[in-house]
Design a protein around this ligand. Structure first.
Ligand code: F6P
Length: 375
């Protein structure tokens, strides 16, 4: 059997565990299955531009604990990539590059957006296997994605530390935690860090409900509160406005009206970027307690992966190499309980795994008296 040649890339936002997954896939591919591996630089952009580097055993050594991605990343779309100021469909160019390089398979590491790219390339005839990464944990079909656990540790530690200063100064401290669409990170770190109030994109909040929760604590002699706020959490009015803008974009019949509706939604979202800061002011006015904001931001995506993410990335990567060897393509490798399974890319691309309102984490938060900002 001729040696199989495989290309690998990382796309979307970076996160801890990407290098562990490149290593997990690569070592298994080279050692177990005798494959040749190359890495495309800067996500699908490098794939379209044919920029790649060889990944041999030496290149894969020593990267398990390294944060970010040794390959670089980008947030491009394969069918709508801006090249020389023009938006172009790069799928045909990518297919050409894949054939010219005589690749047998392409492995993509990314979230739901990258899975959508991967699915488009699979439909164009490429043999694609996808590995799930994101700190947001919002990829459908998999229990877990590498990056999430590390970010959860970082956000939890931040909430722990904010507690002592909130307590000392009798303040409300709002910790803004990543997660535009799904609130897994804010919910998980909020519960683990003992936040008093947790605000999620899935649960539009009411200012009154948050004020009541703060006042209730005050009556109990607790004149401080820590609030974990997902970056996509919105009050009920703003959430309805966003849902309306989304509906207009979904229903638009012509490309021109769709583009206009999309732009209107983006503008609306941009106008809400400082939501956590505004909420802090509203809470200060309503309660008389000084309020402060800590935006955790990109710290949550940086640095070395925790042990759980290293394990997950290695397990999913090694399974990916096995699947390439078996010739199973058009799939994402998924953590399914103790099993490592697969899900068709069609079922993953562009979808979002939201926090279900009856999820055990939601029940547990409510059971211990944490307010979710709803009534
Ligand atoms: O990769 C996921 C994520 O970190 C989200 O939590 C966050 O909303 C977004 O990426 C930030 O995107 P960017 O890196 O493009 O600023």
């Amino acid at each position: 059997m001729p040696q199989k040649k495989v290309g690998i890339l990382t796309a979307g936002g970076d996160c801890p565990g990407l290098n562990a997954a490149i290593r997990g896939f690569g070592k298994a591919a080279i050692r177990e299955h005798g494959m040749e591996l190359i890495g495309f630089q800067d996500g699908v952009r490098g794939l379209a531009e044919g920029r790649h580097i060889p990944l041999d055993g030496r290149a894969l050594s020593g990267i398990l604990t390294v944060g970010g991605t040794i390959l670089g990343t980008s947030r491009d779309k394969v069918d709508r990539m801006v090249v020389d100021g023009e938006t172009r469909d790069m799928v045909p160019t990518i297919v050409e590059n894949y054939e010219r390089l005589e690749l047998d398979a392409l492995v993509t590491l990314g979230g739901g957006g990258t899975a959508r790219n991967a699915y488009k390339l699979a439909k164009a005839g490429l043999n694609v296997v996808h590995l799930p990464k994101t700190i947001d944990n919002d990829i459908v079909g998999t229990d877990d994605s590498f990056g999430f656990s590390t970010a959860l540790e970082i956000a939890t530690e931040a909430i722990d530390r904010l507690h002592s200063t909130a307590h000392s100064h009798h303040r409300i401290i709002l910790a803004e935690i990543m997660g535009h669409r799904a609130g897994w990170l804010a919910l998980g770190s909020g519960i683990a860090g003992g936040a008093d109030i947790i605000l999620l994109p899935e649960v539009p909040y009411q200012l009154d409900a948050i004020v009541n929760a703060v006042e209730r604590r005050r009556k109990e002699g607790l004149n401080f509160s820590v609030i974990a706020v997902a970056e996509g959490a919105r009050n009920q009015t703003d959430a309805m406005a966003l849902a309306g803008a989304q509906a207009l974009s979904d229903e638009a019949s012509s490309p021109a009206t769709k583009a206009a509706a999309k732009k209107a939604k983006q503008d609306l979202e941009r106008s809400m970027r400082d939501n956590t800061l505004k909420l802090a002011t509203q809470l200060e006015d309503a309660t008389g307690l000084e309020s402060r904001v800590t935006i955790l931001g990109y710290v949550q995506r940086g640095g070395t992966p925790c042990a759980h993410d290293r394990l997950l990335a290695t397990r999913l990567g090694a399974k990916g190499a096995q699947l390439v060897d078996d010739g199973e393509f058009g799939i994402m490798v998924a953590a399914q309980g103790t099993e490592t399974g697969t899900v068709p890319l069609k079922e993953v691309g562009g979808k979002v795994k939201y926090v279900p309102l009856d999820h055990p984490w939601v029940d547990a938060a409510r059971a211990v008296g944490t307010s979710l900002g709803d009534v």
